[in-house]
Design a protein around this ligand. Structure first.
Ligand SMILES: [Zn+2]
Length: 103
């Protein structure tokens, strides 16, 4: 996957279009990511013995195709290219050439 945990991404479509957030979890098997404050669903919970009831907010995963990486340097949604630094393959911004991954 092109998006990894800790990346800042922008949502391209859906009800959270235009929102930016940090990737809290990446799920390559499902091609999904969980993004901070994006795709938050509210669930009303009934009271139980352990829980007093109320609204619970849960962040649901979204498809990775719906988000785009935001470059930490130019602060714009950007595609990445693969670059080799010290024999390691890293992602770099196509616009400003900034390496996105920590080497
Ligand atoms: Zn950039």
């Amino acid at each position: 996957m092109k998006i990894k945990k800790g990346d800042t991404v922008i949502v391209l479509s859906g009800k959270d279009k235009g929102k930016k957030g940090k990737v809290l979890e990446a799920r390559p098997q499902d091609q999904e990511v969980i993004v901070e404050r994006v795709n938050v669903v509210k669930r009303h919970m009934k009271a139980t013995r352990e829980f007093q009831g109320g609204i619970i907010e849960k962040t649901r995963p979204i498809k990775v195709s719906k988000v785009m990486l935001v470059c930490p340097k130019c602060n714009e949604p950007s595609r990445t290219k693969t670059k080799e630094v010290e024999n390691k393959k890293v992602r770099a911004c196509v616009k400003c050439n900034e390496v996105v991954d920590k080497v």
